[in-house]
Design a protein around this ligand. Structure first.
Ligand SMILES: Nc1ncnc2c1ncn2[C@@H]1O[C@H](COP(=O)(O)OP(=O)(O)OP(=O)(O)O)[C@@H](O)[C@H]1O
Ligand SMILES: [Mg+2]
Length: 186
């Protein structure tokens, strides 16, 4: 049977593992400074996944999100998170397509760019953040039933409580984020 010391040791290990998740970069000064939920930095549930910006990344990101939400006990949000992750990852992979050098802090890496996915939760809401190396910003299209594209961000907007994009401080590229809240929780 686990002793109180075992439980303490386990919770220290869990905290250390949580802090091992690299924090997403902060916004460069002047970029919508108070829109991203800053409190998410303190949220207890955090994950990070780095993938090559290849078409297969979308399915991997989606599957990762589904598994993770199950592990976090948030199955009721899994479908929504899968959808928004899928739309944002598709956009990021597409935007990275023509790029061959990425910058991560001081480091410049040649080759296929990564896309970086952070998911975090306070156990009721989930914040999705995706970095890609393109400096172009997402542009929400006007809803047009006849259009064959331009629906992804409209879907993200409809499914999330808030969304946005920012240029990270000291990085190339940008982060697109959205916050999904559980409608059953106040
Ligand atoms: N990560 C991104 N990097 C650069 N530009 C982006 C990014 N995400 C979106 N955009 C721009 O915003 C536009 C709207 O994105 P949205 O996802 O709504 O539509 P789409 O990707 O063009 O079409 P659909 O998602 O319906 O296949 C895109 O056409 C693109 O120009
Ligand atoms: Mg899209």
């Amino acid at each position: 049977m686990a002793t109180a010391d075992d439980v303490d040791a386990l919770s220290v290990e869990c905290r250390e593992r949580a802090t091992a998740v690299p924090a997403p970069p902060a916004q460069a000064p002047g970029w919508a400074p108070d829109r991203v939920p800053d409190r998410a930095a303190q949220w207890p549930l955090r994950s990070y996944l780095e993938l090559g910006a290849l078409p297969t990344a979308v399915g991997c990101a989606r599957l990762h999100a589904r598994q993770l939400l199950g592990e976090w006990g948030l199955r009721e949000l899994a479908e929504t998170i899968e959808l928004v992750v899928s739309e944002l990852a598709t956009n990021s992979v597409r935007a990275s397509g023509a790029l061959t050098v990425s910058q991560y802090g001081e480091r410049r890496t040649p080759g296929v760019l990564p896309v970086r996915l952070w998911l975090s939760s306070d156990t009721t809401s989930v914040l999705v953040r995706i970095w890609d190396g393109s400096d172009a910003m997402p542009e929400r299209k006007v809803a047009d039933p006849a259009a064959e594209s331009g629906r992804g961000l409209l879907l993200v907007e409809a499914l999330s409580a808030d969304w946005g994009a920012y240029v990270p401080d000291g990085w190339g590229g940008k982060i697109v984020w959205c916050l999904v809240t559980n409608p059953l929780v106040d």
